[in-house]
Each structure stands twice: as structure tokens, then as C-alpha cells.
Design a protein around this ligand. Structure first.
Ligand code: PGA
Length: 242
């Protein structure tokens, strides 16, 4: 099955369309295993989900979550860490149970062991039902940078200069941006039953051009999504040319 492309009029609509998919998922199965993402793009989706939770439309009480990635070297209480991002944008605002929330730890001593245990935990949970993704300007999904193996499970990766540059807005200066991250691998991501990718903003035009070309290559990690059977891409502020 090919990718289901959905154009949104604006960022607000993109966030609502994405929230509809999450709402439907939670309504169909309150025990859903959700794969979550960080970054500027999903912020609107998370506020929409918090709104719907406050309105009594959705509950996270029985859901489980696994986040895509975390910076190596940042503790959970570092304001630029993805633990902190998720707490402030979602977890502290909804009824998700603490022991159902999973993010790879970026400041553990044995990161390799953390990575291996992460995949096992995902498997033990029954696998991810719905995985949210953003995309880097270089085509990364999670922190799987260009050249990452399509066969990789959760692993530790060196961040590219372009990714560090893209993310420096969350730090005091570029030297503070970590050089490594721990990320769900491409293989792990592809095992999700359903995937929704959000693309917003003209700086992602190159990424959408690459993706819509249909060429599958490890040099552009998101291109693997063409091989998945249930992917929806919601986009705004970019043009899909073919
Ligand atoms: P962004 O990041 O949502 O902040 O653009 C997406 C990504 O790099 O995966």
C-alpha cells in the first residue's frame, strides 16, 4: 500500500488531523502502545491531545508510550532533554501512568544495555500500535541520520552537523548541543503497526521532495517508509510536487 498523503491548510489543521488519528487509536484500543516524538512539529498535536483529554474525549490511563530518542549526556531534568519536553508538553498534563511511560535514558552508564533493553521492552508490550514521526531536513526519522542501516534496532548514533544546527535553538549555544543520541532504530520504527509522519514548514521542502520521489535509500532514512503498509503523512507549508 502506498503512503497516504494529507495536505493541511495550516499548522493548526495539521495538529488537529494528527490528533484525530490518536483519538481514534485510543478509542479503538484504550490499551494502545503509542510511539511518541519530540521537536517543534508535534507541539501543536500535544496541545490538541491535552485539550481533548481535558474535554473528556480521550484517556491515557491504560495507554503505554515509547519515545523515539534522547540526547546522550542529558539528564531527564535538563530543559533541552526529551524527557523534559514530554513531561511539559504531555505527560504532566494527562492521566498517563508513570510506569507506562518509556524513553531511552541518555545519561545511563551502559547505553548499549539501555538500547538492547528498550527493544525488548517494546516487544514485551506487544509492539507499537501507532508511531508518531517528525522528519529532519536531512531525512532523519528519530535520530537515524543519513547512512543509518535500515536493519538497525535501538542504537547510539553520532549526530550530523545539520541536525545539531537545526536543534541549537533549544540550547544556549551550538557547543552545548550533544554530539550523540540514543534512538529507536529504523527496524524498530518499521515494526510499528501504523505510522503518522508530520511535516510542517518550508525548511522541509527538500525532505518532502525526496520522500515524494519514491526513491528508497539509506542516505535518506525516511524513504524506508515507502515499504511500510500503513503510513499517513500530514503536511503543511511545503508543496508536494509529485
Ligand atoms: P522538528 O524536528 O519537528 O523540530 O522540525 C523534527 C526532526 O528533526 O525529526
Amino acid at each position: 500500500m502506498s503512503i497516504n498523503w494529507k495536505a493541511a491548510q495550516n499548522y493548526e489543521e495539521l495538529s488537529k488531523l494528527a490528533a484525530d488519528i490518536f483519538e481514534q487509536q485510543l478509542q479503538e484500543n484504550e490499551k494502545s502502545v503509542l510511539g511518541l516524538a519530540t521537536g517543534g512539529t508535534p507541539e501543536g498535536l500535544y496541545s490538541e491531545l491535552v485539550q481533548r483529554y481535558n474535554d473528556g474525549k480521550i484517556s491515557f490511563e491504560k495507554a503505554t508510550s515509547f519515545n523515539l530518542d534522547e540526547y546522550v549526556g542529558l539528564s531527564a531534568d535538563h530543559p533541552a532533554s526529551y524527557h523534559y519536553f514530554m513531561d511539559t508538553h504531555l505527560f504532566h498534563k494527562v492521566n498517563m501512568r508513570r510506569d507506562s511511560i518509556h524513553l531511552p535514558s541518555g545519561d545511563a552508564e551502559d547505553l548499549q544495555a539501555i538500547a538492547e533493553a528498550y527493544d525488548k521492552k517494546i516487544e514485551a508490550s506487544g509492539g507499537i500500535d501507532l508511531q508518531l514521526l517528525g522528519i529532519g531536513v536531512n531525512g532523519h526519522i528519530g535520530f537515524n541520520e543519513p547512512g543509518s542501516s535500515f536493519e538497525a534496532s535501538t542504537n547510539i548514533i553520532k549526530l550530523t552537523d545539520s541536525t545539531r544546527e537545526q536543534n541549537k535553538i533549544y540550547f544556549d549555544s551550538i557547543v552545548d548541543v550533544p554530539s550523540y543520541a540514543i534512538t529507536m532504530g529504523i527496524k524498530t520504527i518499521m515494526q510499528a503497526k501504523k505510522i503518522v509522519l508530520l511535516i510542517a514548514g518550508s525548511d522541509k521542502q527538500g525532505a518532502i521532495d525526496h520522500l515524494s520521489s519514491g526513491i528508497i535509500t539509506e542516505d535518506f532514512p525516511a524513504s524506508i517508509l515507502h515499504k511500510h503498509t500503513d503510513v499517513t503523512i500530514i503536511y503543511t507549508g511545503v508543496e508536494k510536487k509529485n
